[in-house]
Design a protein around this ligand. Structure first.
Ligand code: GDP
Length: 529
């Protein structure tokens, strides 16, 4: 198969949701369709097995949270599907944000009873900032939930989307009879049998056909006709271009647990979802069909095998092919590197591959050379944009609790920050180190990992910060900036890359500072135009 065909074959996407909406269940059913796993429950089981063999994963197991972002790939109808799993727990949101830089589209899972939840809002906001194409899957239709139209309204209002249903439920909960597939124009009757993998559908081009009354009953048939007419009047027709440029979002209904409505979702997905996209770098637009390799690190996974303590850097291939044992330029260090055992991911396994294509993710064994955002090329000096740091929500001083182990502590902190577990700020005034995280849970993760992986001990002290703002002076030599630096000295720090950061202690002081020093721009993310 030619290079272009390989690209066209690939669909790389992420599934995002608030915890418990059904992301894991949906992922598992998708894998079943690809024949990638044989039994239901395999995805979850796999998580537990891993956790038993790795210290860090033990935290995950104990807390029942999916910490790891893993990659699951399978073939379905000749398409190579790469699913980038994303942790739903809010304390790992930053991990999910970074993963979203490596997907070409997303599926959002929403619980029919709970509707749009907090994490869904945050994650969809990030997708919208980047115009990532979104398909919405409303899950758990076998349970009583909100009215379909109310839910569609809620999705539009809370998520700021422009939806159009591509399927429509017939009844719900106890009365759930099935789904009318607007995209394919057929009916799928719900039997409640989760073992049924291939769903039988009944073609129904014209829902006014009286046969519908015989199949789902007169009352349900009339209701469906009314609902579809209403939907037709209210929502725009599905427009693939609008979906691809992020201005329209198709919606499917189903029940992942019952494997119901999942095939419809997948069949539509492979037809409409984008193939690996061109990507803007700081230097130029890189086309996915360029022959030379470019790729970037979006995740570093530590300590998969406790015996080796090495790390796995996840690289998204943007252009060209990634080949085993071929030298590539690690742009940041300006060093050539060769990889004798790059991993590809298939179903829930990883294996060594000789060649990977745009859209694919390769896992590279790493002993500490990689950082999030690093690029690999065949010689070109090129950096990809779009892996910004966001202002953390929590801040604490980190102290060394074992003076004999200060080297281990600073190495550990360094490496954990490179992995993107948290952000380090060093105060300008006295060099004290501050760890910023998205959730309080990360402090425990850091403490645990420093002890178990680096043999170092730390304690924390509270440090009250409202927000970290990246500082962009109009002119570093102007008096206003000099005064800002002098007056705010106590609140200034450097991030890991040496960028200047203002740690505002309250919303009020942030506003006052902005008013007083208008030429000093303060940004909530580390990347800005
Ligand atoms: P995640 O946290 O988003 O990955 O959610 P899970 O896939 O782990 O699902 C959370 C819970 O919802 C589990 O107990 C699932 O069995 C259940 N669940 C998932 N899909 C459905 C569904 O379609 N119907 C019902 N009734 N329960 C579901």
């Amino acid at each position: 198969m030619g290079f272009e065909q390989e690209i066209k074959k690939r669909r790389t996407f992420g599934i995002i949701s608030h915890p418990d909406a059904g992301k894991t269940t949906l992922t598992e059913k998708l894998l079943l369709f690809g024949g990638a796993i044989q039994e239901a429950g395999a995805v979850k089981n796999n998580k537990i097995k891993k956790s038993a063999t790795s210290d860090f994963m033990e935290i995950e197991r104990q807390r029942g949270i999916s910490v790891a972002t893993s990659i699951l790939a399978f073939l379905y109808k000749d398409k190579k599907i790469n699913i980038l799993d994303t942790p739903g727990h809010k304390d790992f949101a930053e991990d999910t944000f970074r993963t979203l830089t490596a997907v070409d589209s997303v599926i959002v899972v929403i619980d029919v009873a709970k509707g749009v939840e907090e994490q869904t809002e945050k994650l969809v906001q990030v997708c919208r900032m980047r115009n990532i194409p979104i398909i919405v899957f409303i899950n758990k239709l076998d349970r009583e939930g909100k009215d379909a139209f109310d839910l569609l309204d809620e999705v539009e209002q809370k998520l700021g989307l422009t939806v159009t249903p591509l399927s429509f439920p017939i009844g719900m909960g106890y009365d759930f009879k099935g789904i009318y597939n607007i995209f394919e124009k057929n009916i799928n009757l719900f039997s409640g049998d989760s073992k049924k993998n291939i769903e039988d559908t009944i073609a129904f081009n014209d829902i006014n056909n009286p046969e519908l009354d015989n199949i789902i009953g007169k009352k349900a048939a009339e209701e469906l006709r009314e609902n579809l007419e209403l939907a037709n009047g209210v929502y725009p027709e599905f427009d693939k271009e609008a979906y691809l440029n992020g201005t329209q979002q198709p919606v499917f209904f189903g029940s992942a647990l019952n494997n119901f409505g999942v095939r419809e979702l997948l069949d539509c997905f492979i037809e409409i979802a984008p193939i690996p996209k061109d990507k803007m770098s700081q230097e130029r637009l890189v086309k996915s069909n360029e022959k030379t390799l470019t790729g970037f690190v979006f995740k570093i996974h530590a300590n998969m095998d406790p015996k080796h303590r090495d790390r796995l850097a996840f690289v998204k291939i943007v252009s060209g092919t990634f080949e085993r044992n071929k030298p590539y330029l690690h742009v940041r260090s300006n060093k050539k590197m060769k990889f004798s055992s790059p991993n590809a991911f298939f179903a829930e396994k990883k294996e060594i591959v000789d060649i990977s294509y745009p859209g694919d993710i390769v896992g590279l064994h790493d002993t500490g050379s990689f950082k999030i955002g690093d690029t690999l090329t065949e010689g070109e000096v090129l950096y990809y944009k779009g892996i910004p740091s966001f202002s953390p929500e929590h801040f604490r001083y980190i102290n060394n609790a074992d003076p004999m182990k200060s080297k281990q502590l600073s190495k550990g902190i360094d490496q954990l920050m490179d992995e993107g577990v948290a952000q380090l700020f060093t105060l300008e005034m006295n060099g004290r180190k501050i760890i910023g995280t998205v959730g309080a849970l990360q402090y425990e993760v850091i403490q645990y990992r420093l002890e178990h992986e680096y043999g170092a001990k730390c304690t924390y002290d509270n440090f009250s910060v409202y927000k970290a703002c990246w500082v962009q002076p109009e002119d570093i030599n102007n008096e206003e900036f000099k005064e800002f630096k002098r007056v705010k000295q106590k609140f200034l720090a450097k991030d890991k890359k040496g960028q200047l950061v203002f740690l505002a202690d309250s919303q009020f002081s942030l506003q006052m500072t902005q008013q007083k020093y208008p030429s000093v721009k303060l940004h909530f993310t580390s990347e800005y135009e």
